[in-house]
Design a protein around this ligand. Structure first.
Ligand SMILES: Cc1cc2nc3c(=O)[nH]c(=O)nc-3n(C[C@H](O)[C@H](O)[C@H](O)COP(=O)(O)O)c2cc1C
Length: 192
């Protein structure tokens, strides 16, 4: 089983990566994390070259990332909540999935091949706006381009009061709650 995690947190030691570090060892098989904030990948400029040709006008590493994503069994989108949405750099990265949409639906490429996958979402938030539904809705849409469903969402909603860097000092009850959420999340992934 191969799982690719697309992490959009700009904080190298932030809450999202702390949560991922607790989750990754519990996922069976191979796991790769792609930190989209630190990539040199440009957003789609809607030049429409891909409407008529099997290539993208932007010359960067995105084709290799797409090949990797295509081969995965599981895709995990992982992001801090920014204004109830996925982080901007993740949305920028995902804009390049337009190439996939166009290949399948506009150019109707007979060689277009996208195996069925399972999709997951991890969100952390700690602001006043506790509405995670816009990020969830858009993740479902994005995963569809990779032929993935959204099978389970893990939300950690109070990083303002309980930042995960302080996990070791949390009360036992809080720790157990988090372990439990992680267990439910990873056992769903591991049922493949
Ligand atoms: C620009 C911005 C917008 C944010 N918007 C929200 C929000 O709408 N709701 C929320 O609960 N937290 C919001 N937050 C707080 C972050 O989601 C929270 O601190 C998160 O856990 C940080 O994760 P990280 O350390 O991995 O970056 C926002 C933070 C930033 C920087």
């Amino acid at each position: 089983m191969y799982t690719v995690i697309l992490n959009g947190s700009p904080r190298k030691n932030g809450d999202t990566i702390k949560l991922l570090n607790m989750i990754i060892p519990k996922i069976n098989g191979d796991c790769k994390i792609i930190n989209t904030f630190f990539l040199n990948v440009s957003p789609c400029i809607d030049c429409r070259k891909c409407h008529t040709s099997d290539s993208c006008s932007i010359n960067d590493n995105m084709p290799a990332f797409l090949e990797d994503l295509k081969s995965a069994d599981n895709i995990i989108i992982s992001s801090p909540l920014h204004y109830s949405m996925l982080s901007g750099n993740l949305l920028s990265f995902f804009s390049r999935f337009q190439y996939l949409f166009v290949s399948k639906n506009i150019r109707k490429d007979p060689n277009f091949d996208m195996k069925r996958k399972r999709g997951y979402l991890i969100l952390t938030g700690g602001g006043a706006t506790k509405d995670f539904s816009p990020a969830e809705k858009i993740s479902r849409l994005i995963l569809r381009e990779l032929n993935a469903s959204l099978d389970r969402v893990l939300k950690y909603t109070d990083t303002d009061k309980f930042p995960l860097k302080d996990f070791d000092y949390f009360e036992e009850e809080k720790k157990l709650f988090i372990y439990n959420e992680i267990e439910k999340f990873t056992s769903k992934i591991n049922t493949l």
